[in-house]
Structures are given as structure tokens and as C-alpha cells.
Write a protein that binds this ligand. Structure first.
Ligand SMILES: *Cc1c(COP(=O)(O)O)cnc(C)c1O
Length: 367
């Protein structure tokens, strides 16, 4: 008997009399808060996708980032983060200030990030493409600076996926993903991962099992199922996103479009250099001039669902000022170009014509 797909192990416990059963990476398999074969299967698939030696899967992207922070940092360490980082990634680092961690925020480009990194920097975390204004970071430059001072570089690659870019090849020490987004891809499950090259890190595994941040087997199975179509989904979403970005750029009601696939986007050159396949991802952001316009636009959409999150088969439109960057100070938002009229659109798999029709109709309410 040989099934095509790995079975789903919905069990909390495994048989143990004396010593526990050991997995091929030397970890004990006895209790699903520590290790589970369905989770291991997902990890193998993730490592294959990223081209990494190791992977650990978590119950959310934040579960992965929290576990990595706690494993790598000690009191007195300094962390450099991109100012336009994922909100919870920054807020969580700030919560760690009570344990003696120092947090330094830098404008999201290689020059400013490298300037912020000093001999005392322990950890640097950047996102390949920022949220919501889609600035593309020159990861190889940041990696070079991190190597100079011996800092550990973590790259959150959620927005671009390993299909477009593999940061470990360019000197990142760890890659993290919110699997919730493109990798799972169906807006129905939450998960995260850490990937790296070199030997297995028992300490990271220990932090995961002590914190209980492992992913549940059914969620791992759902994510592995979603991953099987990642490439076709992501290609179609990226092509639709590019067409939508061009449509919006020509629309008289739209003030500005952020999409690195547009030839005149300030991040086009660097995206072209880093990203494979001539694709630029499935997220487009655009400015409608005011909060009033942005909210009226969201209310007028019929097919595109207004909500936070991204990367799923259904298109989702987000109002970042009230979601992604809600905790950011206004002044900092201005510096980053996150305006009151900004909408972030995650393009799904609906027919392109239907999406453009929905956008065009909703844009009629914009003054
Ligand atoms: C969503 C997201 C996270 C957090 O992941 P969760 O799965 O929601 O915990 C981290 N980084 C980025 C870039 C994200 O988009």
C-alpha cells in the first residue's frame, strides 16, 4: 500500500515506553506540541521550495518570528528593523524592550538600514518588499553590512515567495514566512515558518516546544495542500496585478500607484535585478486622495472583499491606515508615503475583467 499523499496524523501522542522515537533530525517524536509527522512533511516541502537545509513550521508567522527573537536575543542586544516592517514584528520587538532588548528603526532602503547597523547590532530583520507601499529592499547590500559587523540577518519573504526570490542565496541567515498568505493561499488557515541553511538548530526547536508555537497537524496539511498550486496561483495573481496596476495608473481618479512591476516605479530596477520570472507579486497599492474617498471606494466594491490580509485566491482590499499601520505615528507614515487615501489590493484568481470592472465601478464614487 502506498498513498499518493502523506497521511494526516491527527494525534496528540505517540507510543513511548523507554526512550522516545527519534526523527531523522534527532528530535523526539512523542507529543504533538513538539513534533508531528504531518508537520515534518510540511517542513520538508517548505525546505524544498526555499532550497534550504532546514525548516520549522509554526502556528502563525508571528509564532515563527517570536520564537526566533527569543532564541537569538539576550538582554542588552540591539535589533535593527525596517520602519515599514510588519506591524506586529515591530510591536513584538518593542515588547521585548522590558527584557533589555534595544530596538532601532530605519527607513526601508539599503543605505539607511546599513547606516543603522553598528558593531553593537545583533539582529536585523527586513522584508524583501515592504507593506503597504511595496518598496523593494536591496537584500544583498544589507546582508553585506550584516556580515561586516557579525549581525544575524532575518528576511521576511512573505510578499514575494521563494518563487521570485531566495534570500538565503544572497546571505540572509534566516528566512521567515507567514504561510497564511501566498504559500497556503486560500484565506482559510494561519501558519508560519523559519528556514535556514547549515546544521539543524536544536535551540530553536527547544524554544518552539517550550513556547508551544508549533503548527497543528490539520493546519499543516491544509498548507501543504495549498502549496501544490502555489506556482500557478502566484503567476496568475502577479500577471493580473500588473495589468491592474497599469489600469489604475491610467485612471484619472487614482493619484498614485505603487507597484514595482511598473516601469516608472522607483523600485522597478532593483526588483528586476532581484526577482525571477519577470513577475512582481500580487499586491498593488494606490492612493485615492483622502480617507473619505478610500472608505467610500471600499464600501462600493462588490466582488473584492474589504479586509486585512493578502495572498489568497480571493481578492482582498485593505485600508492600511486603519489596519497594517494603525499603530504607526502619523509623522512616520508621512515619511514612508502611507497616505490617508491609500488602498492595498491583494489580487486573487478571479477573471481579470471582473476585477477591473469592480474597481472601475467603485472608483466612480471617488471625488
Ligand atoms: C501576515 C504577515 C506576518 C505575520 O504572519 P501571521 O501568519 O499573520 O502571524 C508577518 N510578516 C508579513 C510580511 C506578513 O504579511
Amino acid at each position: 500500500m502506498e498513498p499518493l499523499h502523506a497521511p494526516l496524523y491527527i494525534t496528540a501522542v505517540f507510543r513511548q515506553i523507554g526512550d522516545a522515537y527519534l526523527t531523522e533530525r534527532g528530535t523526539e517524536l512523542k507529543y504533538s506540541r513538539e513534533e508531528n509527522p504531518t508537520v515534518r512533511h510540511l517542513e520538508d516541502k517548505l525546505a524544498e521550495l526555499e532550497g534550504s537545509d532546514n525548516a520549522l513550521a509554526f502556528n502563525s508567522g508571528m509564532g515563527a518570528i517570536a520564537t526566533l527573537y527569543l532564541s537569538l536575543l539576550r538582554a542588552g542586544d540591539e535589533v535593527v528593523l525596517s520602519m515599514e516592517g510588519y506591524g506586529s514584528t515591530i510591536e513584538l520587538a518593542k515588547l521585548l524592550e522590558k527584557f533589555g532588548i534595544k530596538v532601532r528603526l530605519a527607513y526601508p532602503n539599503a543605505e539607511k538600514l546599513c547606516e543603522a547597523v553598528s558593531d553593537g547590532t545583533k539582529l536585523v530583520l527586513v522584508e524583501t518588499m515592504t507593506n503597504p507601499t511595496l518598496k523593494v529592499i536591496d537584500v544583498p547590500e544589507v546582508a553585506k553590512r550584516c556580515r561586516e559587523v557579525g549581525a544575524t540577518l532575518i528576511v521576511d519573504n512573505t510578499f514575494v515567495t521563494p518563487l521570485l526570490y531566495k534570500p538565503l542565496k544572497d546571505g540572509a541567515n534566516f528566512v521567515v514566512h507567514s504561510l497564511t498568505k501566498y504559500i497556503a493561499g486560500h484565506n482559510d488557515v494561519v501558519g508560519g515558518a523559519i528556514l535556514w541553511n547549515g546544521p539543524f538548530i536544536q535551540d530553536l526547536w527547544d524554544w518552539r516546544r517550550r513556547l508551544g508555537t508549533i503548527i497543528q497537524p490539520f493546519d499543516a496539511w491544509l498548507i501543504e495542500r495549498g502549496m501544490r498550486t502555489l506556482e500557478v496561483r502566484f503567476e496568475k495573481q502577479s500577471r493580473s496585478a500588473e495589468a491592474i496596476a497599469e489600469f489604475l495608473a491610467d485612471h484619472p481618479k487614482v493619484k498614485e500607484v505603487h507597484y514595482p512591476g511598473l516601469k516608472d516605479d522607483p523600485y522597478h530596477e532593483i526588483a528586476r535585478r532581484l526577482f525571477k520570472k519577470g513577475l512582481y507579486g500580487g499586491v498593488v497599492s494606490f492612493d485615492l486622495g483622502s480617507e473619505e474617498n478610500a472608505l467610500a471606494f471600499l464600501r462600493s466594491l462588490k466582488k473584492i472583499f474589504p479586509s486585512p490580509s493578502l495572498g489568497g485566491v480571493e481578492s482582498i482590499a485593505t485600508y492600511p491606515v486603519k489596519s497594517a499601520v494603525k499603530n504607526m505615528e502619523e509623522e512616520q507614515r508621512k515619511v514612508l508615503g502611507i497616505t490617508e487615501g491609500l488602498i492595498r489590493l491583494s489580487v486573487g484568481l478571479e477573471p481579470l475583467d471582473d476585477l477591473i470592472e469592480d474597481l472601475d465601478r467603485a472608483l466612480e464614487v471617488v471625488k
